[in-house]
Every structure is written in structure tokens, then in C-alpha cells.
Design a protein around this ligand. Structure first.
Ligand SMILES: CC(C)(COP(=O)(O)OP(=O)(O)OC[C@H]1O[C@@H](n2cnc3c(N)ncnc32)[C@H](O)[C@@H]1OP(=O)(O)O)[C@@H](O)C(=O)NCCC(=O)NCCS
Length: 370
């Protein structure tokens, strides 16, 4: 019998601190009108000093697990998609595994920029289809604010912090990732790069002084690349699933630029009412943007159980990824047991952050909130 990976739970965590375009005007030569008309972004959420990628991942994951009725110890695998991990090593996925109390559960980190979540989803589906796993946690989390130069107006205005998570569970009901497209063109690597801190430019005073530890972007080139690949990748995923644009209930794209989203939707013949956009509130949260948007789409009633969704993302690499995903009723028994009450009370994001062991994180270079 064919095995599918249905998405049975989802959760998100966004930091409470909001930095508006007007806030950025105080420290940068920029303005709200430029940012809104070029990108669609009005504000973004930025973590406080002391918060870490593992913490925000755990907060989002607990909500997703709670919704699915899955205890962390019953997971078979944890995949964390991020390009802003707590440390270069150990992998942040192990911090998430430990923090969740998912004792000895296998975990790995998938570093693929803004396409990381869709790559992780496609990967998880393979573990389920093959029979290797029953239940997988997939997290997309990003603290990009720690890796942008807050004096570089061309990049820092675009990004925000946040985390989203989903639980994927095996079922024989057709659902989950119905099709996916993964693509990469490394010849464009230089257009979106964090040059320092890796093996080519390891940490040194010289490399720090040269500003190699911050994201560098050629916005125009990335824009051209995105408009070239996104609509096409979306169409390919629809074709592979044997579906037409009208079969898609909601298109949930990576939230990088509203103009890029509009072009991709038009290319794939998806009308605006079928396109989910929340970039105005969060900016580009990289690997977290699609799972955060998925949560909001359900919260707002834009998505519902039974829907067929289309995801598409692009980002550093340069890479792209699309997937058609169907979400059906959870056919797994959802236990209503003593621990669920505990989970909701003890594992709420605020409780988690205030009670987590302090972690050493880089100093906060982001602008002060007003
Ligand atoms: C970055 C981006 C918004 C710029 O928009 P654009 O329409 O291409 O703007 P341009 O590159 O033509 O720049 C226009 C001018 O605005 C200036 N500018 C750049 N950032 C600015 C800012 N924050 N505020 C005000 N002006 C700014 C530029 O310096 C340039 O000035 P110049 O004409 O005097 O040289 C757009 O290219 C983009 O979104 N690219 C994709 C980036 C992306 O998605 N990255 C993440 C990938 S996951």
C-alpha cells in the first residue's frame, strides 16, 4: 500500500519586538515609501539579545506537536531548515531535539537558505514513503537579523526573524507532498552570499574588518533570477501532480518580495484571491516564511483541511523549490492525555524563553525598539 506523509500539525513563533520601516528611517537612509513600493514590507519581527535559533525553533515545534497530538519522544526524525544556526557546529537540530525532550531521536540540519523548508518537506516525504519513518518534525527557523549589516540599506530592510514547524505523519490516505521540484544554479552564488565564517574566509580580524560576516546581495540579479524560475517551478510542480491552476486552493509562496510573488502567480494563472501574502508584517524570514504563512493561512481561514496547496521558494545557492501539498484529516489517533495539558501550559513560547538555560549568543546589533 502506498504511504503518504500528511501534515497533521503546524505552529509558529515570531519574536514580539516589531521594527517598522519608520524605525529604520531613524538609522538608515531609507523611507517607508521606498520599502513598501519595492518590496511590500511594512515591518518585521526581530529577536532580542539572548534569544537563539534553537529556542524559537522549539517554540514553533511545540505548537505543531501539540496540534498533531504527538509527544516529542514518539518522533522518528527531526529536520531543521536554517541558514542561521546557533553554532556552525554542533548542528542546531540536536539542540532542538534535546530542548524538546525527544530523547535520542535522529536529527539533522538542512542549510539551504530560503528554500530550506520546501527541500526539508520533500526530504521528509521520502522517509515516510519508504517506510523508514512514521512521524517527522520539520522546522524552518531563521535569525537573519544576526547576519545582516544594519548599515546596509539594500539588505537589512528585507529580512525578519521567526520560526515555523510542521509535523508529518504516515497515512494511506493520498495527502502530503503530491509533487515537488528542486533546483539549483550555483553559478549565481555570489549574488546572495555570507562570505565570512566558513572555510574559505574563516573568522579573523581581517575578515571581520572587511565586513565578510554579513549577508551580501545583488538585489537586481536575485530579482531577475527569482522571476525567471519561480513561476516555472510552480507550473512544473502542478504538472507533475497532474493538476491545473484551478485545482489549487491556496498558493503559499516564499515571502521575499510582493512583486516577485505577483509575477509567479500570474505566470501560473493563479488569481490574487488564491495567493497568500503576509510579507508586510514579517519581511523575508527565509526558511521560516512558508511555514509561518501556512499557520497564518489556517488561522485566517484562508486554508482549511482538505485543501490542495502550492508552495514555491527561491534563495541563496542560487536555489529554487516548489511543492504541491494536500492536507487531509488527521487519521492518526490524537491522544487526549495528561501531558497535553502540560504541553500547553509549560511549553508556551513565553514560558520556554524565560525558563530556558541561558545561551551564549552574539551581541545584538539590531536597532533598538522605540
Ligand atoms: C532589493 C530590491 C527590493 C531592490 O528593488 P529594485 O527595484 O531592484 O531597486 P534598484 O536595485 O533599482 O535600486 C534603486 C535605487 O534604490 C536604492 N536603494 C536600495 N535600497 C534602498 C533602501 N532600503 N531605501 C532607499 N533606497 C534604496 C539603490 O541604491 C538604488 O539607488 P540608485 O538608483 O541611486 O543606484 C529588489 O531588487 C529585490 O527585492 N530583489 C530580490 C531580493 C531578495 O528577494 N532577496 C532575498 C532572496 S531569498
Amino acid at each position: 500500500m502506498k504511504r503518504y506523509g500528511n501534515i497533521t500539525g503546524w505552529g509558529k513563533y515570531v519574536p514580539s519586538r516589531v521594527v517598522t520601516n519608520a524605525d529604520l528611517e531613524q538609522t538608515l537612509d531609507t523611507n517607508d515609501e521606498w520599502i513598501v513600493t519595492r518590496t511590500g514590507i511594512r515591518e518585521r519581527h526581530i529577536v532580542e539579545a539572548g534569544e537563539s535559533t534553537s529556542q524559537i525553533s522549539i517554540a514553533a515545534a511545540r505548537d505543531a506537536l501539540d496540534m498533531a497530538g504527538v509527544h516529542p519522544k514518539d518522533l522518528d526524525l527531526i529536520i531543521v531548515a536554517t541558514s542561521s544556526p546557533d553554532y556552525l557546529t554542533p548542528p542546531v537540530s540536536s539542540q532542538v531535539q534535546d530542548g524538546l525532550g525527544a530523547k535520542n531521536v535522529g536529527a539533522f540540519t538542512l542549510v539551504n537558505g530560503c528554500t530550506g523548508f520546501v527541500y526539508a518537506l520533500a526530504t521528509a516525504q521520502q522517509f515516510i514513503s519508504s517506510g523508514a519513518c512514521e512521524t517527522i518534525l520539520i522546522v524552518g527557523a531563521e535569525l537573519t537579523s544576526r547576519f545582516v549589516d544594519w548599515n546596509d540599506r539594500e539588505t537589512c530592510v528585507l529580512f525578519g526573524d521567526g520560526a515555523g514547524a510542521v509535523v508529518m505523519q504516515a497515512t494511506d490516505v493520498p495527502s502530503g507532498v503530491l509533487s515537488f521540484v528542486l533546483g539549483s544554479d550555483g553559478s549565481g552564488a555570489e549574488h546572495l552570499i555570507l562570505p565570512g565564517g566558513g572555510a574559505v574566509h574563516p573568522p579573523s580580524h581581517e575578515n571581520l574588518d572587511a565586513g565578510l560576516h554579513s549577508v551580501r546581495m545583488n538585489g537586481r540579479e536575485v530579482f531577475k533570477f527569482a522571476t525567471r524560475v519561480l513561476g516555472k517551478a510552480l507550473r512544473q510542480a502542478l504538472h507533475q501532480a497532474g493538476l491545473e491552476a484551478e485545482d489549487i486552493d491556496l498558493f503559499i509562496p516564499h515571502q521575499a518580495n510582493v512583486r516577485i510573488i505577483d509575477r509567479a502567480a500570474r505566470f501560473a494563472n493563479l488569481p490574487p484571491e488564491k495567493v497568500f501574502v503576509n510579507i508586510e508584517k514579517y519581511g523575508n524570514t527565509s526558511a521560516a516564511s512558508i511555514p509561518i504563512a501556512l499557520c497564518e493561512a489556517f488561522e485566517q481561514g484562508r486554508a482549511k483541511i482538505g485543501d490542495t496547496l502550492a508552495f514555491v521558494a527561491f534563495g541563496a545557492g542560487l536555489t529554487w523549490a516548489s511543492a504541491v501539498v494536500k492536507i487531509t484529516e488527521n487519521t492518526q489517533p490524537v491522544p487526549k492525555s495528561w501531558w497535553q495539558g502540560l504541553v500547553s501550559r509549560w511549553f508556551s513560547p513565553n514560558h520556554l524563553v524565560s525558563n530556558s538555560a541561558p545561551q551564549k549568543t552574539p551581541a545584538d546589533h539590531t536597532p533598538e525598539a522605540n
